[in-house]
Design a protein around this ligand. Structure first.
Ligand SMILES: CC(C)(COP(=O)(O)OP(=O)(O)OC[C@H]1O[C@@H](n2cnc3c(N)ncnc32)[C@H](O)[C@@H]1OP(=O)(O)O)[C@@H](O)C(=O)NCCC(=O)NCCS
Length: 192
């Protein structure tokens, strides 16, 4: 699938159930601020729930340029409700670090991430010409680890004490990587 994209222009990706649209740092912070009260959501990010200031929450997000720093808000196609967001940081034009949050917990356990990550990988490899995408969930984030495995990412190692948890301690991150040719092979296999 080849998607149209111009440098720095808004990015829109469509999947079966969702539309992903690039948004600004200010927009995503404002529209997801209520999720900072949700312990389950914040736990996956190893952040504490409650007591956040919008200003501080905003700093969790990159200043998006729709080019090398992207935040893609995920909307339910049926009603245009915001249900989560994907992030991608492209370094050197070739290597993308990705992440995802599903803030609407009604959508947990429904394969959302498998669908939206697939669209983001298509975009990064086919449109942006990236050679590698990778993610680094916390070692305790079983749902996220499971998703990376299910999508066919390879576990490349553990970044010991690679991330900071809510209580200020260092926590292990697990590195999952996917190369462009591996994603191509996975897609080809899924089509047969
Ligand atoms: C991580 C997140 C995006 C996953 O959402 P999701 O894909 O809907 O998660 P699911 O509940 O479907 O879990 C994915 C899989 O992991 C499995 N799983 C979840 N918790 C598990 C556990 N403790 N042990 C083993 N397997 C587990 C689920 O059973 C599911 O597998 P299944 O489809 O075969 O049932 C969502 O939980 C979230 O947004 N969390 C907060 C933010 C976050 O952690 N982001 C990721 C940062 S790296």
């Amino acid at each position: 699938m080849r998607l149209r994209w111009n440098k720095g222009k808004p990015v829109v990706l469509t999947t079966e159930r969702f539309v992903l649209r690039s948004v600004s740092q200010r927009w995503i912070a404002r529209h997801t601020f209520a999720w900072t009260e949700n312990e389950e959501v914040m736990a996956g990010l190893e952040l504490s729930a409650g007591g956040w200031l919008l200003r501080r929450w905003r700093r969790q997000f990159t200043v998006a340029d729709n080019r090398n720093r992207l935040t893609l808000a995920i909307f339910d196609k049926r009603n245009d409700r915001l249900v989560g967001y994907e992030t991608a940081r492209v370094v050197g034009g070739k290597v993308a670090l990705i992440g995802v949050v599903v803030g609407d917990t009604d959508w947990w356990g429904k394969g959302l991430v498998l669908e939206t990550h697939a669209a983001v990988l298509d975009y990064l490899f086919d449109v942006r010409g990236c050679v590698r995408a990778w993610g680094t969930p916390f070692g305790r984030n079983f749902a996220s680890i499971y998703n990376y495995q299910r999508l066919g990412f390879k576990k490349e190692g553990v970044l010991r004490k690679g991330g900071r948890s809510a209580d200020g301690d260092a926590s292990d991150l697990v590195a999952f990587g996917m190369l462009a040719e591996e994603w191509q092979a996975i897609r080809a296999e899924n089509q047969t």
